[in-house]
Design a protein around this ligand. Structure first.
Ligand SMILES: [Zn+2]
Length: 121
């Protein structure tokens, strides 16, 4: 195992299927796809969290040179139950405070923790 790698990016679908990229893979993926701009429906202005359109993402994967985890990503996109995939920036501590649009709400629902186990009062 190489050292210095950490989980950097999670790409999930509406069924909670997820694909994790480490920081090296994530930066390669973003560099090779122009930050996935062509498939981005909505994005946080301050971090890499975003909502992706599945159809556009498949186009990008198929027209790009082999991407890190490209075949797994293609599989995730093909099996996605909705038209969107959700990218979560795992290294940023961003609260997405300036991300206000329907995409942001959709994104937040996907990543909302369903049952809080710890409750403070
Ligand atoms: Zn953010």
């Amino acid at each position: 195992m190489a050292t210095g790698l950490c989980e950097a990016l999670a790409i999930v679908d509406d069924d909670d299927e997820q694909l994790i990229y480490d920081n090296e893979e994530a930066s390669r993926l973003l560099a090779m796809t122009g930050d996935l701009d062509g498939a981005t429906v909505s994005a946080c202005p301050h971090c890499k969290s975003r909502v992706l359109a599945v159809v556009a993402l498949v186009d990008i994967i198929e027209s790009a040179p082999p991407l890190p985890k490209g075949s797994e990503l293609l599989e995730l996109a093909d099996d996605a139950p909705t038209l969107h995939l959700y990218v979560q920036d795992l290294v940023s501590e961003c609260e997405h405070d300036d991300w206000h649009d329907p995409g942001a709400e959709e994104w937040a629902e996907v990543f909302a923790t369903p049952v809080p186990t710890l409750r403070r009062h």
